[in-house]
Write a protein that binds this ligand. Structure first.
Ligand code: SF4
Length: 699
C-alpha cells in the first residue's frame, strides 16, 4: 500500500485538556491500513499507562476512517471505527472497539482528515466542530442534557449558515469556501451520559450507533458531548475506472442486480441480502407500516428503513430485538411497543445489547418474585404491563435518570448483578446471560464456538457474522422450514476452505462435539480474528454485507470474499495487495491488541466463559437465538447438518483448545501472552520491549 491515494494524509489530534490541535501524518501509520489498525497503533504510542480506567483523562480515543471511506466501494464507505479503553466489560474495562455507519467517515474524509484522536479531558463541557480544515472546541453546557436527536438538530442549526440556496449550503462567505447539500455529520452521547457511562452508546443520525464499550460514557468523562464534521472536498482515487468496474462486477452478486430473477435460496447471505426482501430485512415494525430504504454512504444493501409512521426510524436488528419478543409475547403480535422501545434507546443513547440482556434477566427476576414492588429488589416499574411501550420507556428512563432499578443498572449489567448479590448465582444458572467479560450473550459459545472463542480471547462480543449466516442461520432456517439446503454441508466446507487463506482447511467449519475442540477450529478462530481486524475493522467493510462467503448469485454459490475486498482496495489506493497480505496485517493488529490486553492484566487463567456454559444447555427464554442450532458437522467420515442444541462445554477440553490456539498464534501457552519471537517477526519489537518491561512478555 505504497500509494497515498485514498488517504487524506492527516489525522486530527485534539488535546481536550489544553484545547490545542495537532496534525499527525497518516504516512507514519499507513502500514496498518486504516481504521482499527491505525487506531491501535496510535493508542499504543500515545497512551503511556495502559492500565488506567476508561474514564481516566489519560485514555486515548480514536475515531478512524479507511482509504475506502467516502468512495463508491459498496457497503464500506460510511463506517467509522471507534477505539479506546472501554468501561463496559467486567471486571476489567479492556482496550476495545466499536463501529458505526452513516455519513460520519465520509464527511471526515471530505473535510480532509483520516481520523480523530482525542486525548486528555476538557476543563468544561464542549463539542468539537470540524468544518473542512477549521477546527474548534465549542461550549456544550446547554447541550449536555439533550437527547441524541435534540443535540444533532441543535448542532446542525449552529453549524449551518442561515443562507441556503436551493438546498445547497455555502460553508463560508465566498463560493470558493465550498458548498454541500449535507447536514454536518454528528456523533453524540446521550443526556448526561457520564451518569450511565457503561451503558452509554454514541449515536449518529438515526439508527447508527457505536454501542459496545460504553464510549458514550467515555466521551462524557472527557467533558465531550459530540463531534460534528462537514467537508466539501473529496477522496483522491488511484483508478476511478477500476473502481467503477469493480462496483459493476459486484452488482452481479447483489439482489438489486437480479430483481427479475431472484435466486431460489432459502437462507441468509450478506451481500446478496434476502431474496424477495432486499431492504430493511430485520426491522420489526407493526403490520401495515410502510418504509423506504435507507443506508450508509455507498451501500448497496440499505438495510434500514424510514417509516411512514416516523417511529422506529432507521433502527434494526437488536435495536428492535431487545424488546420485540416481549412485545409479541404480551400482545400476540408486533405492536407500537417495538418501535417505541427502539426509539427510547436511540434517543437516550443506551446500548441495545446491554438492555437486551438486562431485560431477559429482569423478566426472570420478576417472574420468580425477586424483583417488583416491595420485593427484595424493589421496583416501581409497571411490570403488570411488561411488553408494552410504556414499560420499555420507563425502564430506559430509569437507567438514564439513575432512578428505581436504574440506580444500579446505570453502572452496567454485571455491576448491578454484583450490587444485588446475584452475579455469581445468576451467571451460574444462566438466567443472567452474560457470556464472557460480563458482556451480553449474543450467539451461543456452546454451539457456535467460533463466536464464543473469538469473544473470550478478544475483549468483547465479536458481533461478526462471517461464519454465522452460513453455519448457523441458513441450516437452522432450512431445518425449521423443512427445506433441502441449496448448499450441502460438504459443499459449504469446500467454499469456506477456498476462502480462508492462508489456512484453507475444510475442517474449519466442523461444529461436531469433537470439531469444536480441534486444531481446525483454532484455525477458524485465528482466521476470523485476522480477517476482521484488517478487512472489516481497518478497511471498514460492513459486517452486515461482508464477508461474502456464500452467495446464491455467485458462480457455484461462491461469494466475492478473498477476491472482492482487494479489488476495491487496490482500485482506490493504486496498490497491489493480495488477500493473504491483508490477512497478515490483520494478524499484526490482533497481536498488538493482545499485547495491550496483556498489559491491562489479561492471562489465560482468567479467560473463562461464565459458569452456565460449562454446566447448562441452552435454555429457552434466556437468550433470543437458542434453538435448534443446526450446524455443519463432520462425523463418521461424512458431512451433514445437525442440531447441536443443548450442548455444554467441557472445561478441560476448552483449556486444551486454548493451548492449541496459543501455539498456532505463536504465543506463550502458559500465559497466553505474545512472545518476542512472534512480535519481532511482525515488526513489533517495540511492543515486545514494553511487554518485557511490564513482566508480561510470553516465554
Ligand atoms: S449493510 Fe446497513 S449498516 Fe452496513 S453499510 Fe449498508 S446500510 Fe450501513
Amino acid at each position: 500500500m505504497a500509494s497515498s491515494k485514498g488517504y487524506s494524509g492527516k489525522i486530527l489530534k485534539v488535546d481536550l485538556t489544553t484545547g490545542k490541535f495537532e496534525e499527525i501524518e497518516t504516512e507514519k501509520y499507513k502500514s496498518w491500513g486504516g481504521g482499527h489498525g491505525i487506531g491501535s497503533a496510535i493508542f499504543f504510542d500515545l497512551c503511556t499507562d495502559k492500565t488506567i480506567k476508561g474514564t481516566d483523562p489519560g485514555n486515548v480515543v480514536t475515531l478512524m476512517t479507511s482509504p475506502l471511506s467516502g468512495t463508491l466501494a459498496p457497503s464500506v464507505a460510511g463506517r467509522t471505527e471507534v477505539q479506546g479503553i472501554g468501561i463496559q466489560a467486567y471486571p476489567i474495562g479492556w482496550f476495545t472497539r466499536s463501529n458505526f455507519g452513516g455519513r460520519f467517515s465520509t464527511q471526515l474524509k471530505f473535510a480532509g482528515w483520516d481520523g480523530i484522536v482525542l486525548v486528555g479531558k476538557s476543563p468544561k463541557q464542549v463539542w468539537l466542530n470540524i468544518i473542512n480544515g477549521e477546527v474548534k472546541l465549542q461550549d456544550a453546557t446547554d447541550l449536555w442534557g439533550l437527547n441524541t436527536r435534540e443535540t444533532q438538530e441543535e448542532i446542525w442549526a449552529r453549524v449551518e449558515p442561515s443562507k441556503k440556496e436551493s438546498g445547497w449550503i455555502n460553508m463560508g462567505v465566498s463560493r470558493d469556501s465550498g458548498r454541500t447539500t449535507q447536514h454536518p455529520a454528528v456523533i453524540t452521547a446521550g443526556p448526561n451520559a457520564e451518569k450511565f457511562g457503561p451503558m452509554a452508546a454514541l449515536v449518529h443520525d438515526a439508527g447508527n450507533g457505536a454501542g459496545q464499550g460504553g464510549f458514550g460514557g467515555v466521551f462524557a468523562s472527557k467533558n465531550l458531548k459530540a463531534i460534528s464534521v462537514v467537508g466539501t472536498g473529496g477522496v483522491d482515487i488511484a483508478d476511478a475506472n477500476a473502481l467503477m468496474a469493480a462496483r459493476m462486477w459486484s452488482n452481479g452478486y447483489a439482489f438489486g442486480g437480479h430483481h427479475d430473477d431472484p435466486a431460489s435460496y432459502t437462507g441468509l447471505t450478506s451481500f446478496a441480502s434476502t431474496p424477495g426482501k432486499p431492504l430493511s430485512t430485520i426491522q420489526d415494525n407493526p403490520a401495515g407500516t410502510k418504509s423506504r430504504p435507507q443506508g450508509c454512504v455507498g451501500c448497496i444493501r440499505n438495510c434500514r428503513g424510514r417509516t411512514d409512521t416516523g417511529k422506529g426510524n432507521e433502527s434494526q436488528c437488536v435495536d428492535f430485538f431487545w424488546y420485540d419478543h416481549h412485545d409479541v409475547k404480551a400482545n400476540g403480535h408486533v405492536t407500537d411497543a417495538s418501535p417505541r422501545a427502539a426509539d427510547a434507546i436511540q434517543l437516550a443513547g443506551v446500548n441495545a445489547f446491554a438492555v437486551e440482556a438486562a431485560t431477559l434477566w429482569i423478566e426472570q427476576l420478576y417472574n420468580k418474585g425477586i424483583m417488583g414492588k416491595g420485593k427484595k429488589i424493589d421496583s416501581n416499574l409497571p411490570f403488570d404491563r411488561f411488553g408494552s411501550g410504556e414499560w420499555a420507556e420507563a425502564f430506559i428512563n430509569s437507567i438514564v435518570t439513575q432512578t428505581d432499578i436504574g440506580k444500579e443498572l446505570c453502572k452496567g449489567v454485571a455491576q448491578a448483578a454484583l450490587a444485588w448479590g446475584r452475579l455469581e448465582m445468576d451467571t451460574k444458572s444462566g438466567i443472567l446471560p452474560l457470556q464472557e467479560w460480563g458482556l451480553p450473550h449474543h450467539y451461543d459459545a456452546r454451539t457456535e464456538v467460533e463466536w464464543g472463542y473469538g469473544s473470550l480471547l478478544g475483549e468483547r462480543d465479536i458481533n461478526e457474522h462471517d461464519f454465522n449466516w452460513h453455519v448457523y442461520w441458513t441450516p437452522t432456517i432450512n431445518g425449521l422450514f423443512g427445506v433441502e439446503p441449496v448448499v450441502s454441508a460438504k459443499r459449504l466446507s469446500e467454499i469456506f476452505a477456498k476462502k480462508t487463506a492462508p489456512f484453507n482447511d475444510p475442517m474449519m467449519i466442523n461444529y461436531s462435539d469433537e470439531g469444536i475442540y480441534s486444531e481446525a477450529m483454532a484455525k477458524t478462530v485465528a482466521w476470523h480474528r485476522h480477517y476482521t481486524r484488517f478487512y472489516k475493522q481497518s478497511m471498514l467493510f460492513c459486517d452486515w454485507a461482508w464477508a461474502d462467503m456464500v452467495n446464491p448469485y455467485g458462480p457455484d454459490n461462491e461469494g466475492m470474499t478473498s477476491v472482492g475486498e482487494n479489488k476495491f482496495m487496490n482500485a482506490v489506493t493504486g496498490g497491489d495487495m493480495t488477500f493473504e497480505q491483508g490477512m497478515e496485517i490483520g494478524r499484526r493488529i490482533w497481536n498488538l491488541d493482545r499485547a495491550v490486553w496483556a498489559l491491562q492484566g489479561r492471562h489465560r487463567d482468567i479467560e473463562k466463559f461464565s459458569e452456565y456454559c460449562y454446566t447448562t444447555g441452552a435454555q429457552p427464554g434466556t437468550t433470543t437465538y437458542e434453538a435448534p442450532y443446526t450446524m455443519p458437522v463432520f462425523e463418521d467420515n461424512e458431512w451433514s447438518y445437525k442440531s447441536v442444541a443443548g450442548r455444554v462445554l467441557d472445561r478441560q477440553r476448552v483449556e486444551d483448545w486454548k493451548t492449541l490456539f496459543f501455539k498456532l498464534e505463536g504465543w506463550d501457552v502458559k500465559s497466553g501472552w505474545p512472545t518476542r519471537e512472534t512480535l519481532e517477526k511482525l515488526d513489533l519489537a517495540n511492543v515486545a520491549d514494553e511487554l518485557e518491561k511490564a513482566g508480561k512478555l510470553g516465554a
